[in-house]
Design a protein around this ligand. Structure first.
Ligand SMILES: Cc1cc2nc3c(=O)[nH]c(=O)nc-3n(C[C@H](O)[C@H](O)[C@H](O)COP(=O)(O)OP(=O)(O)OC[C@H]3O[C@@H](n4cnc5c(N)ncnc54)[C@H](O)[C@@H]3O)c2cc1C
Length: 70
């Protein structure tokens, strides 16, 4: 959360001043995903792990499957 990387990339923030993401962890910047403490005021290991699984297994995998690699 101390890194300014997301800010430098132009990611929008939510009402809590954390990264704004959709249900699958996509930020406002195309191709940039986030999970865990940096996205939610519900800061716990269980939340971070669950959200990480959703973002990696759902959001990013789904985005890659939709990519046209040909
Ligand atoms: C003192 C304390 C006690 C806690 N106790 C509990 C508890 O009992 N139970 C519980 O469920 N939760 C607890 N939490 C909360 C829990 O630790 C967090 O919710 C959880 O670790 C969040 O995981 P995360 O992956 O989102 O972030 P983090 O665990 O913070 O992981 C982020 C990682 O990114 C790395 N990083 C940062 N910037 C960069 C960069 N520029 N480049 C590369 N890497 C970078 C950091 O070094 C870090 O390893 C506690 C937190 C604190 C601070």
């Amino acid at each position: 959360m101390r890194s300014d990387l997301a800010h430098k990339m132009g990611c929008e923030l939510n009402d809590f001043g954390l990264l704004k993401v959709d249900a699958l962890g996509a930020t406002s910047v195309s191709g940039v995903y986030a999970a865990g403490d940096i996205t939610s005021p519900m800061q716990s290991l269980a939340s971070a792990v669950a959200q990480g699984a959703i973002v990696a297994g759902g959001g990013i995998t789904h985005a890659l499957i939709k990519e046209d690699f040909v």
